[in-house]
Design a protein around this ligand. Structure first.
Ligand SMILES: [Ca+2]
Ligand SMILES: [Ca+2]
Length: 272
C-alpha cells in the first residue's frame, strides 16, 4: 500500500510538472484522458503461426490475423492485402474467407471502388517463382453490418485462412507485400479516404531435409540410388551397415527405403 501511494505521488509530481492540475487520488481519473490523447495503436496484421515446419508433400494452414482494428461508426473500412511466397517451395491450394467478408459492397459509395474477393496466383517456372494471394474486402458501418446479419469487425480476429502444400525442401517466407486498411467516410469530402497506420509481421514455412538424400548433398538423385543399392539388405549387425541408408529408420535397408527414395527422386534443397 505504501508503494502504491509512492507511485501515485510520483505520478502526481510528473503530471504537475506537465502542467496538469490535480489533487489527491483524482489522478486516477486523469490517466484515461492522458492515454486517449495518444495515437491509436497500429492495426497489426500477422501470419499465425509465424513459423511452421513440414515435410514435402504435407499441407499446413496459416491464418492472416489482425489486431487493434478500431471500431467504425460510419462509412466503411476497406482492406487490401497482398501476401507472397516462394512458389517453387510452396503451393497455395485454397483460401477460406471469413464470415464477415460476405459484405458485398453494393452501396452507392462504393461506386468507384472495385472490390473483388480473394484470389490466389501460383506462378512457377520461367519468369516467376512467386506465389501471391491478394485479398480485398470491405466492412461497412455498424448499423449496416447488423442489418446485413454479420458481426461487426473490431479488435482482434482472423481475416483469412490459406492452405499451403509443401513442394520441396527449403524455406519460404510468407511476406506481406502490401497491407492497406482504409477508413472510408463518404460524408467527409475533405478526408474521404484515411489510411490507418498498419504494421505487418511476416511468417515462414520451412520444409525439412529429406532423409532420402543419403549423401546429404542437397539433392535426391542417382548417387543416392547407388549408395542405397550398395547398402541394400544390410542391418545394424552387418559390417558395412550405414544408418544413413535406412531412410525410414526401421533397422533394415530394404525395398521400403527404396520406395521412399523413388518417391522423392529429384527433390532438392533450395534454401531460402
Ligand atoms: Ca544426394
Ligand atoms: Ca529401412
Amino acid at each position: 500500500m505504501r508503494s502504491l501511494r509512492k507511485i501515485l505521488n510520483v505520478a502526481i509530481a510528473v503530471l504537475a510538472a506537465l502542467g496538469v492540475s490535480i489533487s489527491g487520488l483524482v489522478t486516477v481519473d486523469v490517466f484515461p484522458n492522458i492515454l486517449s490523447a495518444h495515437a491509436a495503436p497500429d492495426v497489426v496484421f500477422r501470419i499465425t503461426p509465424d513459423m511452421q515446419s513440414i515435410e514435402p508433400g504435407q499441407t499446413c494452414t496459416v491464418n492472416i490475423t489482425f489486431e487493434n482494428l478500431p471500431p467504425k461508426e460510419g462509412g466503411a473500412v476497406l482492406f487490401l492485402l497482398t501476401l507472397s511466397w516462394n512458389s517453387s517451395i510452396l503451393e497455395a491450394t485454397s483460401m477460406q474467407e471469413v464470415a464477415f467478408h460476405s459484405a458485398t459492397p453494393e452501396e452507392e459509395w462504393f461506386e468507384n471502388i472495385e472490390i473483388e474477393n480473394y484470389w490466389i496466383h501460383n506462378s512457377v517456372g520461367e519468369g516467376g517463382t512467386v506465389g501471391q494471394a491478394s485479398l480485398a474486402a470491405a466492412w461497412r458501418d455498424l448499423p449496416r453490418a447488423i442489418a446485413g446479419g454479420y458481426a461487426p469487425l473490431t479488435g482482434n480476429g482472423t481475416f483469412a485462412t490459406i492452405t499451403f502444400k509443401g513442394k520441396q525442401v527449403g524455406t519460404s517466407v510468407l511476406n506481406f507485400d502490401q497491407v492497406w486498411v482504409i477508413a472510408y467516410d463518404p460524408d467527409n469530402p475533405a478526408s474521404r479516404y484515411r489510411y490507418l497506420p498498419v504494421a505487418s509481421i511476416n511468417g515462414q514455412i520451412e520444409q525439412q531435409t529429406i532423409s532420402s538424400d543419403i549423401n546429404k548433398d542437397g539433392i535426391v538423385d542417382i548417387y543416392d540410388t547407388i549408395l542405397l543399392a550398395h547398402l541394400f539388405g544390410t542391418m545394424p549387425s552387418d559390417p558395412k551397415w550405414n544408418p544413413t541408408g535406412d531412410i525410414n529408420s526401421d533397422g533394415i535397408i530394404d525395398v521400403y527405403d527404396a520406395m521412399i527414395l523413388a518417391g522423392t527422386f529429384g527433390w532438392q534443397f533450395l534454401g531460402s
